[in-house]
Every structure is written in C-alpha cells, then in structure tokens.
Design a protein around this ligand. Sequence first.
Ligand code: HEC
Ligand code: HEC
Ligand code: HEC
Ligand code: HEC
Ligand code: HEC
Ligand code: HEC
Ligand code: HEC
Ligand code: HEC
Length: 427
Amino acid sequence: MNRLRTAFGLGVLALLASSGVAGAADSCVDCHSEISPGQVQDWKSSRHAENDISCASCHGEAHTTAQDSSKAVMPSEKVCAECHEEQFTSFSHGKHNFGWSSLNAIPATHMAPDELIEGGRGCGGCHNMGIKTEAQIKDQLAKGYRYQTNSCDECHTRHSFSKKEAQDPHACQQCHMGYDHPQWEMWSSSKHGSRYFAKLAGNLPDSSAVPTCQTCHLPDGTHENHTAWGFLGVRLPLPEDKQEAADRVTILKALGVLNPETGAATPILDAVKSVDMVRLDQASWEKERNKMLKTCTQCHSESYAREQLEMGDAILGKADRLMAEGIETVAALYKDGIIKKPEGYPFNYPFLLSFMHTNGAAWNEKLDDLSHIDQVLLRMYMKHRMRAYQAFFHVNPDYAYWYGWNMMTEDLGEIKELAKILRATHK
Ligand code: HEC
Ligand code: HEC
Ligand code: HEC
Ligand code: HEC
Ligand code: HEC
Ligand code: HEC
Ligand code: HEC
Ligand code: HEC
C-alpha cells in the first residue's frame, strides 16, 4: 500500500487505508466467490488485484449483505481518474467523450424505445462512450436504468481491466462495424488486416509491421481519437471547385445546418459544434491529417501515403455529386408538395440527421410520415456514401466499389424512378 500511496498520492487511497477497507475487501471477495465467481476470477487475474485495488475501491463499502446490493456504487470514469488521471484527461479530449451527447443531440433518439438508448442494447450500446453529466445520469436513473455509467470498460472490459485486451483490434469491433461504419469489416479484409491475422497465426515473423486500429487511431498510448473528416464526411472551408462546393452546400442543407431557403447557418450547426462533429477550419483538419500521415510513414513513403489519402478526399467529392443529385431530386418533391414534411423535420426539405429508417412504426405515430423515397435517400447517405469514402481510408477495394460507389448509383437510380412515379401518380 505504501508503494501505491507514493505512486499515486491520491485521496481514494488515503480513504481506503483509513477505513479498514482490507476487511471489507475480503468479505466482498468471499461472498462474491459464491455469488459471481467468474467476476472474482477476472478481478483476481487483473493488475488491480495485484495492487490491492479491491472491489470496494470502485464500488464503495455501503453494501455488505445479500439484501442491500442496491447500495453498491456503479463507478463512473471519475473513479478511474483518481488513479489514472492521464488516460482520463486524454479520453476526455477525444471524440469518444462525445458518444453519449451526440446520440442525445439527434431528435430520432428521443423517439426510439428506451431499451435501445439508456438500456444500451441499440444506439446506446455503442454510444455509451463519454463522461456523462450529472443531469444525464439523473435522467438515466429516472428512466430506471442503473448501469452503463462507465466508458473505460468498453475497451478494457471489467473486471480484467487489461491493457493487452484494449490493444487488440477486436476491442473496437463491437461498435465499429455494420451499417454505417463497417471499419472492422473493411480493415479485417484489407491487406493491413490480413497481415495482422497472418502474423497472429504465426505465418509472418513476430517483427512484421502490421497496422491495427490502435496503430492509426490511438498511437503512443493516447486516448484521444480524432479524425480529419469525421463521421459525416463534411467539413469547412468549402472546396475550391465550384461544383464540389455547391454539392457540399446541398449536403449541409440536408443535414439541417444550413437553411435551404436562405443558406444561413441554423441552430443545428451549434449542436454539431458542441459535440465536435466536424472540422470547421482548414487548420484543425490539417492537424489530424498530418498526424495520420506521420503514422503511415512508419511503413510507407510519404508520397505513397499522401497519394492514398488524397484519393479518399477526391472520391468523397465525386460521391457528393451523386449524393447532391439524390437530395435535389427529393427536395423538388417537397417543394412541389408531392411529399409532405414529416414531423420533426426542421425544413420542408430532406433531413439526413433524422437517422430514421422506418415509417408506420406502430409504437410512435411521429414516424408515420416518412416516405419510402426519403428512406432510400437516408440509406444512400448513411450506408453507401459512408462506405464509398471510408473504404479508401481503410484500403478496401470491394467496399469502395461494390458496397459503396456502386450502391450509391443504384440508390440514385431508385430515387429518380420513384420520383417519376410519385409525380405521375400525384393528384
Ligand atoms: C453476503 C454476501 C455479499 C457480500 C459480503 C457482498 N456482496 Fe455484493 N452482492 C451480493 C448479492 C447477493 C448481490 C446481488 C446479486 C444480484 O443482483 O443477483 C450483490 C451485488 C453486488 C453488486 C452489483 C449491484 C447491482 O446493482 O447490480 C456489486 C457492485 C457488489 N455486489 C459489490 C460488492 C462489494 C464491493 C462488496 C464488499 C464491500 C460486496 N459486494 C459484498 C452479495 C454480497
Ligand atoms: C477498477 C474498478 C472496479 C473494481 C476493482 C471492481 N469493479 Fe465491479 N464494476 C466496475 C465497473 C466500471 C462496473 C460497471 C458499471 C456500470 O456499468 O455502470 C462494475 C460492475 C459490477 C457489477 C454489476 C455488473 C455486472 O456485470 O454484474 C458487479 C456485480 C460487480 N461490478 C462486482 C464486483 C466485485 C465482486 C468486485 C471485486 C471482486 C469488483 N466488482 C471490483 C468497476 C470495478
Ligand atoms: C485506487 C486506484 C485505482 C483505481 C480507482 C483504478 N485503478 Fe486501474 N490500476 C491501478 C493500479 C495501481 C494499476 C497497476 C498500474 C501499474 O502497475 O502501472 C492499475 C492498472 C490498470 C490498467 C492496466 C492493466 C494492464 O493490463 O496493464 C487498466 C487498463 C486500468 N487500471 C483501468 C482502470 C479502470 C477502467 C478503472 C475504473 C473503472 C480503474 N483502473 C480504477 C489503480 C487503480
Ligand atoms: C454498432 C454501434 C453503434 C450503434 C448501434 C449506433 N451507433 Fe452511432 N456511431 C457509432 C460509431 C462507431 C460512430 C463513429 C463512426 C465513424 O466516425 O465512422 C457513430 C457515429 C454517430 C454519430 C456522429 C457522431 C459524431 O460526432 O461524429 C451520431 C450522431 C450517431 N452515431 C447517432 C446514432 C444513433 C441515433 C443511433 C441509433 C439510431 C446510433 N448512432 C447507433 C456506433 C454506433
Ligand atoms: C477506445 C478504447 C479505449 C477506451 C475507451 C479506454 N482505453 Fe485505456 N487503453 C486503450 C489502449 C489501446 C491502451 C494501450 C495503450 C498502449 O498501447 O500503450 C490503453 C491503456 C490504458 C492503461 C494502461 C496504461 C499503461 O501504459 O500502463 C490505463 C491505465 C487505461 N488505459 C485507462 C483507461 C481509462 C481510465 C479509461 C476511461 C477514461 C480508458 N482507459 C478508456 C484503449 C482504451
Ligand atoms: C462501445 C463502443 C465503441 C468502442 C468499443 C470503440 N468505439 Fe470508437 N467510437 C464509438 C462512437 C459511438 C464514436 C462516435 C463518438 C461521437 O459520437 O462523437 C466513436 C468514434 C471513434 C473515432 C472518431 C471518428 C471521428 O468521427 O472522427 C475513432 C477514430 C474511433 N472511434 C476509434 C476507435 C478504436 C480504435 C477503438 C478500439 C480501440 C474504438 N474506437 C472502440 C464507439 C466505440
Ligand atoms: C492504416 C491506418 C488505419 C487503420 C489500420 C485503421 N484506420 Fe480508421 N482511418 C484511417 C484513416 C486514414 C482515416 C481517415 C482519416 C481522415 O479523415 O483523414 C480513418 C477513419 C476512421 C474513422 C472515421 C471514419 C469516418 O467516418 O470518416 C473511424 C471511426 C475509424 N477510422 C476506425 C477504425 C477502426 C475501428 C479500425 C480497425 C478495425 C481502423 N479504423 C483501422 C486509418 C486507419
Ligand atoms: C505498421 C505498418 C503500416 C502502417 C502504419 C501503414 N501501413 Fe499500409 N501497408 C503495410 C504493409 C506491410 C502493406 C502490404 C504491402 C503489400 O501489399 O505488399 C500495406 C499496404 C498498404 C496499401 C496497399 C493495399 C493493397 O491492396 O495493395 C495501401 C494503399 C496502404 N497500405 C496505405 C496505408 C496508409 C494510407 C497508411 C496510413 C493511414 C498506412 N498504409 C499505414 C504496412 C503499414
């Protein structure tokens, strides 16, 4: 304990030492060896057990019997911070710290069943990333959800809390996969990923260079994870090319951040800013891009890496031509009164940040208005545009073409066909 106190010099430890926590710790472990032996096993194998960080260090001592377990504290990241300030601070400056807030900034979230949000088995299962405010925790408790108070256990899971586990790219898989961000699928089937698995199987020497998610996104132990483009694939300033600039403006209107009539910034832009969704000036974009380039040059020439990344930027511009055409086609239907503005849409214009893919959902009449053509447009943006450009950055030819670009052209064809039918059948 003395070694620890000098190493960390922290309030928690002083508190533990003065409150006879050792006895409590033994009783926690004794009883829980019967109640939940797997958990105790994990804890016993952890660096925490090695260093006398007991159950009570994180859960407090108020709960002591089989009947009062509701008194156990569910520790937030701040509890971890008492001993791991460096990682806590770094995490709090990163993008992961906005997971919960950005989720809650989306109107659709508040129309979804609580089980999928606070319960954490849908959007909330992945967006349970970020230090929650007191108000957010209160709201969650009020809805009857006691858990999901910690982000640190998303990569080093409880109760092993292992560094090695978090260094394994599988630690990212649960969240970075699927519909709108298939980074796991793209990376694991790229040459980067296949070399990782070949090395794991012993088919490459231990010394071989294989980039994992962590190599490129959490280098040198940092917990701060920004990228240049970010999720929505938009940024400021506008590109120099006139057509590309016009297309980006169309997309910004469909994201609700520019008023489609006046072109002026809307309050949604403030929300986007407040959760750090996009880079709003050249310097902050370049800072992230240059960090990434530096990582590539561990293994590639700078010219090679730069060309690869610039191709990603370029394809995004071209994908945006298709995207803008889709948006304009649907927007014209709104304008001509052929489809009506769904409740919750800020303007009489398509709204990509609605994130909704269902209509006629029996449990919520607010979703009734969403037309099929709207849904095809959302799919084009969320599923296929994401793939078309993210695949370039993750070096995956199949996702870039077949699952990305090709599917965008298919969506656009469907949108145009649907628009024709809607116009022809409109009374
Ligand atoms: C006499 C047995 C006993 C002792 C001693 C004990 N626990 Fe528990 N603990 C339980 C039981 C029973 C549960 C409830 C399990 C359930 O919900 O099915 C529980 C639940 C918990 C939970 C989860 C609470 C929740 O709401 O899900 C935590 C955390 C916990 N214990 C930590 C501790 C800590 C820390 C100590 C020591 C300070 C401790 N326990 C001592 C029996 C015990
Ligand atoms: C380093 C901190 C830490 C230590 C040490 C720790 N826990 Fe936990 N425990 C957590 C975190 C974080 C959670 C998840 C909280 C949440 O989801 O809100 C958790 C959740 C739990 C839960 C409820 C969730 C579940 O999966 O059942 C139980 C029960 C529990 N811990 C028991 C224990 C026991 C018993 C010990 C000691 C053997 C222990 N914990 C030691 C951090 C810790
Ligand atoms: C009371 C102090 C204390 C608290 C609270 C605490 N830890 Fe630790 N943690 C330690 C110590 C001590 C070590 C061992 C560090 C070392 O030897 O460098 C450690 C090690 C770790 C490691 C590295 C394990 C490895 O495999 O090398 C991780 C990850 C970790 N803790 C995560 C957490 C998380 C997450 C929380 C909160 C849920 C937490 N810790 C709470 C003291 C604490
Ligand atoms: C499988 C895990 C997962 C689920 C489920 C999920 N998300 Fe996400 N979400 C992510 C990841 C990972 C990112 C970041 C992806 C990227 O940058 O490519 C993200 C990004 C976002 C962003 C952009 C955040 C930003 O600051 O750039 C929003 C907003 C969002 N999700 C909302 C939602 C909503 C609303 C739902 C439910 C309808 C949802 N997510 C369901 C994992 C998930
Ligand atoms: C997105 C995944 C992820 C999340 C979330 C995460 N970590 Fe980590 N953590 C890592 C990775 C990766 C490493 C290994 C870094 C390295 O290679 O040095 C690590 C290492 C650590 C270590 C060991 C440091 C060392 O070098 O011994 C500690 C302690 C730690 N994290 C604490 C935390 C705490 C506290 C939180 C929550 C505030 C947290 N982590 C959240 C991925 C994560
Ligand atoms: C529990 C789910 C979860 C896990 C596990 C997870 N992430 Fe994330 N990640 C997210 C969410 C959610 C976001 C979007 C945060 C937001 O809303 O701003 C995100 C965002 C990111 C971003 C920023 C993207 C951008 O828009 O700039 C990067 C990079 C990233 N994660 C990398 C990783 C890596 C690497 C790992 C594994 C070591 C990992 N993540 C593990 C959920 C997760
Ligand atoms: C060889 C390096 C490399 C590896 C390995 C890698 N990425 Fe990326 N990742 C990138 C680059 C480059 C970008 C685009 C950065 C930019 O915007 O300029 C990116 C972007 C992202 C983004 C933001 C995407 C968006 O929506 O724009 C997320 C999230 C992400 N990566 C997660 C992961 C995950 C998870 C893994 C592992 C399964 C992974 N990456 C593996 C280089 C890598
Ligand atoms: C840790 C080493 C390492 C890092 C870091 C790394 N790469 Fe690679 N990369 C490789 C290796 C090894 C190959 C396989 C070369 C071959 O195909 O012969 C490769 C292959 C590639 C390929 C060719 C894939 C193909 O299908 O032919 C591209 C493109 C690429 N990397 C881009 C990047 C970019 C961009 C970055 C930075 C964002 C990066 N790499 C970071 C090691 C790395």
